[in-house]
Design a protein around this ligand. Structure first.
Ligand SMILES: Nc1ncnc2c1ncn2[C@@H]1O[C@H](COP(=O)(O)OP(=O)(O)O)[C@@H](O)[C@H]1O
Ligand SMILES: [Mg+2]
Length: 629
């Protein structure tokens, strides 16, 4: 009986830990949170959609699998070789024989390392290809979403989808899946090899497996919760950062740095705590598996050295020093993959969660779509008509109520009205940023829904109050999608009076434009946006408060270029300064989404209606200002 005392002690220690874990598990709070990553797309669908991305690389994955089998072969054979060497040293030692075996082992090792290298290079390559095609698909899809859909998703989230989530999936292909398959095969292979070598020792090792399984199950619950909290915390911080870094200047102006810092610290602390918990969970689990591993080794050594299992064996093998060495190596090859499998299961779950988020974006059907029989418009005259147009951003909250007007080709028409009366909305409906609910919008007598969106927008140039410049150069911001020779670019710049300030820049057209063009003044940005419009020679030009917030000197330049631009094509202008629009062929006065007056400047003044009131208001204000000067 005393012979078994050490084994009983090992058993007792493991037993105590097991009871502790079971208690921790039973008393665990928020079990629900640990059950899984809630998903609305079933696992089966996620897997089949993910596999579709891997499908083009079947051959590569097949080859990777084959190479993996080779390196698994090494894992299984090497303990036997080492065991044999040990055996030989103890019994019939011969130096040349030892050399031969060591060289053989070294060769195998090199081969295995080479296989691992080739495998990981191939995997990374394939993974990057999958990643880039996924990113491309997602980006193209996001580009096709309508304004209404884009308004609903924070940019920070889209960035996370496009970067982190696609990365998680690529990591799943290159790392998790392959190691999981590999580990599963290694476990099976090691078990089989151990069975062949010695049944009794294998059974002894198998006694530890139930504990391993139990620990793993409990660990998975705890770690999944920890994992989820880390992930949520990361997304939260990403979204917060991407919004607040864009708005950091506002924060500074309103002295909100301290407050924002507190908010950020709060989020950062949450993430820190989640991360610490995760490390804690792993910090318990890994030593536990190691404890089982060591216990198994101790039992092996004990049983081996005491000769308790005496020369009895499955395949007629005796238990020798060599067998003990071989088993010693097998034990760690057996426990390690089980530990990694348990840990990687979470990563797999999280990759699935990422996949679901990406698929959710991909499943958003673009709302504004080409009709199947939509036509291409090569050239247009630029005649625009609204026929009883009704439009609402939110159901039943009408922003435009039965708007009808007609614009002749090459005419200049101005929209006037209080803030929120629907001017910008009208302009964005013409280029189909949104689809209208009732009525018709016609270009050259054709309903815009029958025209391909790309072909429709090609004919429009938009100049908005908020000019968006991309980081790049002056040239790249003017030519955008197309290629124009420099003299064309300069011609456009001269046309809109942007040439004088560009000429003074050190780099000229090559001057660097920083993010959002914040190294230029509002007026300069506006002139660049005019040049950008003019160079593309649109048949219809749209100006939405493009002349607001501009100093008098630039305003004069802009007035001058506007006068020239009127010759290019149809022009729709929204401007607060009525002096800007006096020469318009038609002025449409809007109020609460309805047209209340229209006519030329003189006609509207004679009418003495809303326009007249507005005009007198501005006129008096200007007189007042001049009087003050
Ligand atoms: N993206 C949007 N989502 C919901 N409502 C909007 C959106 N854009 C504008 N609105 C609403 O539509 C109305 C008209 O806005 P807009 O056309 O921008 O007015 P204006 O350009 O004449 O100042 C406003 O009441 C505004 O609140
Ligand atoms: Mg507006």
């Amino acid at each position: 009986m005393r012979e078994y005392l050490p084994l009983l002690i090992v058993g007792a220690i493991i037993g105590v830990f097991t009871v502790g874990f079971i208690v921790a598990f039973v008393t665990m709070k928020d079990k629900k949170e640990a059950i899984g990553f809630d998903r609305h797309i079933p696992d089966k669908e996620i897997i089949s959609r993910l596999l579709a991305y891997a499908k083009p690389y079947r051959k590569e994955f097949g080859l990777i699998f084959f190479i993996m089998l080779l390196s698994i072969g090494y894992d299984l054979i090497s303990p036997v070789i080492i065991g044999n060497i040990e055996e030989m040293i103890k019994t019939e030692f011969e130096l040349p024989e030892l050399y031969r075996r060591v060289v053989f082992y070294a060769l195998l090792l090199v081969l295995s390392m080479f296989c691992t290298f080739v495998q990981s290079v191939m995997l990374q390559r394939t993974g990057q290809k999958i990643l880039s095609s996924m990113r491309k698909q997602l980006f193209t899809h996001i580009e096709g979403l309508s304004h209404a859909q884009l308004n609903n998703i924070p940019v920070g989230k889209l960035v996370t989808r496009e970067c982190n989530d696609t990365n998680a999936i690529s990591f799943m292909f290159t790392n998790i899946l392959v190691t999981m398959v590999r580990n599963a095969l290694v476990i099976i292979g090691v078990l089989a090899a151990m069975f062949m070598l010695n049944l009794e020792l294998t059974l002894m090792i198998l006694c530890f497996v139930p504990f391993l399984v139990l620990f793993t199950v409990i660990f998975r619950k705890f770690s999944r919760r920890a994992y989820r909290r880390v992930k949520d915390g990361t997304t939260d911080i990403n979204t917060y950062l991407s919004e607040n870094l864009s708005g950091i200047k506002v924060t500074q102006i309103y002295n909100r740095e301290g407050r924002k810092m507190q908010e950020f610290l709060g989020k950062s602390t949450t993430l820190k705590k989640a991360k610490q918990k995760q490390i804690f969970v792993f910090g318990i689990f890994r030593p536990m598996v190691y404890m089982l591993n060591i216990s198994a080794v101790l039992c092996l050594f004990y049983l081996g050295s005491r000769g308790i299992i005496k020369n009895t064996s499955f395949m007629g093998q005796v238990i020798t020093g060599g067998t003990v060495v071989t088993f010693y190596m097998y034990i760690s090859k057996f426990f390690n993959p089980i530990q990694t499998l348990a840990e990687q299961f979470n990563m797999l779950q999280s990759a699935f969660a990422s996949a679901e988020k990406i698929f959710t974006v991909l499943d958003m059907k673009p709302e504004v779509l080409d009709e199947p029989d939509a036509i291409d418009l090569e050239e247009i005259r630029g005649e625009i008509e609204f026929r009883d147009v009704w439009f609402a951003y939110k159901p039943e909250e009408w922003v435009l109520k039965g708007v009808s007007f007609h614009v002749n080709a090459k005419d200049t028409v101005a929209l006037v009205g209080a803030t929120g009366s629907g001017k910008s909305t009208i302009l964005s409906l013409i280029v189909r940023n949104y689809d209208i609910q009732k009525g018709q919008i016609l270009i050259d007598g054709i309903d815009i829904r029958h025209i391909k969106i790309a072909s429709l927008r090609k004919h429009f140039g938009q100049m908005l109050q908020d000019v968006f410049l991309f980081s790049g150069t002056i040239r790249s911001n003017i030519v955008l999608r197309d290629d124009f020779p420099d003299d064309e670019v300069w011609k456009a710049c001269r046309y809109v009076n942007a040439d004088s300030f560009i000429g003074k820049l050190d780099g000229g057209l090559d001057e660097v434009v920083r993010e959002r063009g914040n190294n230029f003044s509002a007026g300069q940005r506006q002139l660049l946006s005019f040049a950008r419009t003019v160079i593309h020679r649109p048949e219809v030009m749209i100006l939405d408060e493009a002349t607001a917030n501009i100093d008098t000197e630039t305003e004069l330049l802009i007035q001058d270029s506007l006068a020239k631009m009127r010759n290019i094509g149809t022009m729709l202008i929204v401007a607060h300064r009525l002096s800007t629009i006096q020469h318009a062929d038609n002025i449409i006065v809007l109020s609460h989404g309805e047209i209340i007056e229209q006519g030329s400047h003189q006609e509207l003044l004679h009418k003495k209606g809303s326009y007249h009131r507005l005009y007198m208001l501005q006129y008096n204000k200007e007189q007042l200002l001049q009087g003050q000067e």
